[in-house]
Design a protein around this ligand. Sequence first.
Ligand code: F6R
Length: 242
Amino acid sequence: MNIIKFDSEAKLNEAAARIITGIVQTNPSAVLGLATGGTPVGIYKQLVHDYNEGLVSFKKVTTFNLDEYVGLAPDHHQSYSYYMRENLFNHVDVDASRTNIPSGLASDLGEECSRYDQLIQAAGRIDIQLLGLGHNGHIGFNEPEEELSSGTHVVDLAEETKQANARFFSEGEQVPSQAITMGVGTILKAKTLLLVVKGKDKAEIVKRALTGPITTDVPASLLQTHPQLTVLVDQAAGSLLP
Ligand code: F6R
């Protein structure tokens, strides 16, 4: 595990983007695993900047997002599909037909999960999976449970997760209570994992995840078992880390 601390958010975002662009420069057809939420917004801005500077092209990449809310259409302004278009896809040369996000509107969610797993399998291995960290240690939307699912599945979002994500929703709008998420098994199969954690409110959980026991109570602790894990933290999030 490689943990790198940054004294500014801009430097952290640049470093994360450099890792991703490095992979795409080496392999223009790379398979990228992407995340949403507050953490990657600055990283995506940096990727758009790098693209505009002519440093990288996403023309041939394939992307798989970690998760999507159940019940939100792709054009709903809080769907992760909308988020990805707004923050990245609309601003770079990625081929929309090679971007993949589970459908939260599928009539048969179980079938949608299998379809998503098959697509990931058919694409081969995910070259790099970008991850944020939930306050309760979730990765993707794999919430703390006695048992964790390996493949893509439907989850009931933890109350804490709904509260944390309510900040993105307008007043009166309900945070969906379910999501489709890639499973921990799929995440761990990625060639490289890039965990990015920002803010004082994540200091305790990132310490537990990276230095505590490996337990399904803290799904991110399973990342300790991955041979190619890079963790980028800002000073605040990394304040309790060695
Ligand atoms: C998002 C995702 C989640 C978030 C996590 C942190 O696709 O899978 O695991 O990474 O909830 O969210 P933020 O970055 O908003 O603190």
